[in-house]
Design a protein around this ligand. Structure first.
Ligand SMILES: *Cc1c(COP(=O)(O)O)cnc(C)c1O
Length: 369
């Protein structure tokens, strides 16, 4: 908690984004897989922290390759990274060739139909714009089937395939036998594409004991401070801090309830602080502390205090009975940061950290440090 000299009076939530920590995380991931190039996944507005700012910091650290999800995100990325290699994970939407090529974006092709369309475009344009090929090795989401490798290799002769990739199902769990099966399937596909660089690792994949790093790493979550090794201590630095302003405090008696539908009732005389942060700011309703289930916590001074009652659109309420000295109007409490990391907040909300990050801060004041 701090006295908030930096708080914009117009906002009641403050998101502080540590771009030096982002760059340090990128370097750590690269160092963990020496020999491989480390790219950066910046889809969904850089996992919520701001795509342009994330790309700026990562370019400064030496990152040369970026992954986005959509063509629109690719165009946004291109505007701030004129010389970078940018792959579009969602691939080639029908008819999108020209726009992709105009922005020098590389589609991640996921089917024979997409390869065919990109090849036809390449022939007509009399150039060989680069693209990646994505094989599905177990996710059953996007990607060519391993059984299509030979036909894909034949079809891909007409295109400039610069990357061969696949995606892990559960790389955060090193004991999951799916990891070894996916690595074996990827190896088998690779034999059809001699000389094409490979990419299999998301954040967690980088830490697998098999070290399936190949030529290019594709971390997202860990760059932004999420724990890629949930079975062990988080090796990454926190990137995001979320603080909320105390709008006011009140005392209630034992037996009084808090918030919509009275989902929490005080069991003792209680001091409450109302903060200006709600689900409209990305704090999930499931962060609510109810009689049945505890929810998220806020750091008030040095004390962890529970959220009580249902989180509403703009407001949440914290039981600050144990931090009476520091809880007062105008102070900031910390919801997410060094102490309560994104993985802990997510666990307390029954969510995943990725979801917390990408929904955060639509309405918060943002500070980049
Ligand atoms: C989102 C995504 C990544 C990044 O995954 P993290 O777990 O965030 O590191 C990598 N590859 C693909 C295909 C993705 O969709």
């Amino acid at each position: 908690m701090s006295e908030n000299p930096h708080l914009e009076p117009a906002a009641t939530g403050v998101l502080t984004i540590d771009l030096a920590a982002l760059a340090a995380n990128w370097r750590l991931l690269g160092a963990t897989a020496q020999g491989a190039e480390c790219a950066a996944v910046v889809k969904a507005d850089g996992y919520g922290i701001g795509m342009a700012q994330a790309i700026g910091a990562l370019l400064g650290a030496g990152c040369k390759t970026f992954f986005v999800a959509t063509l629109a995100e690719g165009e946004q990325a291109r505007a701030v990274a004129p010389d970078a290699i940018i792959y579009v994970l969602d691939g080639l939407a029908p008819g999108a060739c020209r726009r992709l090529a105009d922005a020098r974006l590389r589609p991640v092709l996921s089917s024979l139909a997409e390869i065919g369309e990109w090849a036809a475009w390449s022939r007509a344009a009399a150039e060989r714009p680069p693209a990646a090929l994505h094989f599905d090795t177990g996710m059953n989401r996007l990607g060519l089937a391993a059984s299509e490798a030979a036909s894909a290799a034949a079809a891909a002769r007409d295109i400039d395939a610069t990357l061969l990739m696949s995606h892990f199902v559960s790389s955060q769990w090193p004991d999951d036998p799916r990891n070894a099966r996916q690595i074996a399937a990827f190896e088998a596909v690779r034999r059809h594409f001699p000389g094409v660089p490979g990419s299999l690792c998301n954040s967690s994949g980088i830490f697998l004991p098999q070290r399936p790093h190949y030529e290019l790493l594709r971390p997202g979550y860990a760059l932004y401070g999420g724990n890629p090794t949930p079975h062990a201590v988080n090796p990454m630095r926190a990137v995001v801090k979320l603080e909320a302003l105390i709008l006011g405090t009140r005392r209630i008696e034992s037996g009084e309830s808090v918030g919509y539908d009275a989902t929490w009732t005080a069991q003792r005389p209680t001091l409450l602080a109302t903060i200006g942060l709600g689900y409209g700011d990305g704090l999930p309703v499931s962060a609510s502390g109810t009689a049945q289930r505890s929810g998220a916590e806020a750091i008030v001074g040095a004390t962890r205090c529970p959220l009580v009652g249902r989180v509403s659109m703009d407001l949440a309420v914290v039981d600050v009975t144990d931090a009476p000295e520091t809880a007062r109007r105008g102070a900031l409490v910390e919801i997410l940061g060094e102490t309560i990391g994104v993985d802990e907040l997510a666990a307390r909300c029954g969510a995943i950290g990725y979801e917390i990050l990408t929904r955060l801060g639509r309405r918060c004041a943002r500070r980049y440090v």
